[in-house]
Write a protein that binds this ligand. Structure first.
Ligand code: HEM
Length: 463
């Protein structure tokens, strides 16, 4: 029996069976450059919907084992590789398929609170006030498709954009008489060249996807070798993202949020702050994100390999927030030691709040293509944020951390990158300095939902 409380050891004789029983993209990212997120409302012919999902599972859905082998093969050959697909269900999807609330997936693990199952049961639209209040805009202000009941997402991904479009057409055609397609979001990886190499970035211009919990022991060993682990151990138990399913398999809770980025406003704010603080824009940017644009952490890193993404740092190296202020994005969302040091909660609790990010950027950037001649966009671009976790309360880092003026210490202000708050407190730059300036509300939630990625056996068994 695979032990969820540890990282997966690929040499375990049961590892392949375990990976063949779960969907890909949870334990390890699918790594494709182009994605399509088909959001669906199921139709009234429930047996037909069940058959349709079982058919997708048989024909298209990529198991974690197949995904892993495809990645290894791709490393050898390059090129467009294989298409990737997964199916995710919301609570309304489960109910529509005939599962009563007692059979919905529930969070598990040492730190699960009595009301944590409510995130999934109520869904993202109904969240306000239960179990905790959010600073999210109300669903009435979301984009129209997201105001509808969303039962499922089919996530398709490919390195060949045309082949992805063909797959989307085929999947959408197959929904006829079975489900309504509410919207199809398209994601594409954005890259930028730095002296260290060509790196994946998000729209504000910073390297993204660097720091992840690693749930395969051999991958963690490789990463530690390249990046070091004097200060930070990226290893994570499988239970960080996977939970036992009521039917006996394993699956994962997923947060999906379409986040619009006002790139023009953030860049303007950094320029203003740079003047106010008398520091280069690059330095105040690193204080906002906690990393420089090329991914170098604001806190000195123990990573020695110049080609590796630097991730070996801890806030015990910067207890006063001199380099990475308490409001910096990566410090709010992974406080690396602040929770035990400042709040006094166990270090294991803090590590159990980590999330497994799988987001991708959306929207066009003509301003990057024309050498900077056009203004950076204020709307129309952003992140299709996705993260997996074993308990949706792990995502409370958004509302209790990033959106709060008082995490991890009273009055430090919201997360300078993603914090949403109608009354943001002015942050101090750096946290032990004297310059006060407010950076908040550059990222806007346009819609989203909580999903669960069921096991392969669950999906196939719907027929
Ligand atoms: C890391 C940008 C939304 C959680 C990062 C990094 C950037 C970034 C540039 C540093 C690179 C890295 O360590 O991988 C953004 C942007 C967002 C966004 C532009 C919205 C448009 C979110 C949300 C959450 C989140 C909604 C969760 C509430 C994290 C976490 C890390 C991270 C956990 C890694 C921190 C660490 O382990 O040190 N993000 N992010 N991000 N972000 Fe975000």
């Amino acid at each position: 029996m695979i032990d969820l409380d540890r990282a997966l050891d690929l040499d375990d004789p049961e590892a392949d069976d375990f990976l063949a029983a779960i969907q890909g993209n949870i334990v390890k990212g699918h790594g494709r450059d182009f994605t399509a997120h088909v959001l669906l409302r199921m139709g009234d012919d429930v047996p037909a919907v069940r058959r349709w999902i079982a058919g997708l599972a048989a024909e298209r859905v990529t198991t974690a084992l197949v995904a892993r082998r495809a990645t290894l093969a791709w490393r050898g050959t390059g090129g467009p590789g294989e298409p990737f697909a997964m199916v995710l269900l919301s609570a309304s999807g489960y109910r529509h398929l005939g599962f009563p609330d007692e059979q919905l997936p529930v969070p598990s693990g040492r730190f699960v609170g009595p009301r944590d199952r409510e995130y999934f049961e109520f869904g993202m639209k109904e969240q306000a006030g239960r179990p905790r209040s959010f600073n999210d805009p109300p669903a009435s202000e979301w984009e129209e498709p997201y105001r509808q009941r969303i039962d499922a997402m089919v996530l398709l991904a490919d390195d060949d954009e045309q082949r992805l479009s063909d797959t989307v057409d085929a999947v959408v055609a197959s929904t006829a008489g079975v489900a309504d397609v509410l919207t199809t979001e398209r994601g594409r990886v954005l890259r930028r060249t730095f002296p260290r190499g060509t790196l994946v970035i998000e729209h504000f211009g910073f390297q993204d996807g660097v720091s992840q919990p690693i749930m395969v022991q051999q991958d963690a060993d490789r990463e530690i070798k390249a990046r070091g682990n004097v200060h930070w151990d990226p290893t994570a138990p499988l239970s960080l993202a996977l939970v036992p399913e009521p039917g006996g398999g394993f699956g994962s809770f997923m947060v999906f949020r379409k986040l619009e980025q006002d790139v023009a406003a953030l860049h303007r704010a950094l320029r203003d702050l740079s003047v106010r603080a008398g520091l280069p824009v690059a330095e105040v940017g690193a204080m906002a994100v906690g990393r420089f644009e090329d991914g170098a952490p604001a806190v000195p890193t123990g990573t020695v390999d110049p080609d590796a993404d630097p991730n070996d740092f801890h806030y015990d190296q910067d207890p006063a927030g001199t380099r990475s202020p308490f409001h910096s994005h990566v410090r709010k969302t992974n406080p690396r030691g602040d929770v035990p040091r400042v709040i006094g909660a166990p270090a294991e609790f803090e590590r159990a709040r980590r999330i497994v990010r799988r987001g991708i950027t959306y929207g066009e950037r003509p301003d990057l293509a024309d050498g900077g001649g056009t203004e950076a966009p204020a709307t129309g671009v952003g992140l299709l944020f996705m993260c997996f976790q074993g308990n949706l309360d792990q995502f409370a880092i958004q509302q209790e951390g990033s959106d709060s003026n008082d995490f991890v210490r009273a009055g430090v202000g919201v997360d300078a990158v993603i914090g949403q708050n109608a009354q943001p407190a002015a942050q101090t730059w750096p946290s032990d300095g004297t310059v006060t300036f407010t950076m908040a509300n550059f990222v806007k939630l346009l819609g989203g939902e909580y999903f669960f990625a069921p096991s392969m056996a669950f999906l196939r068994g719907l027929d």
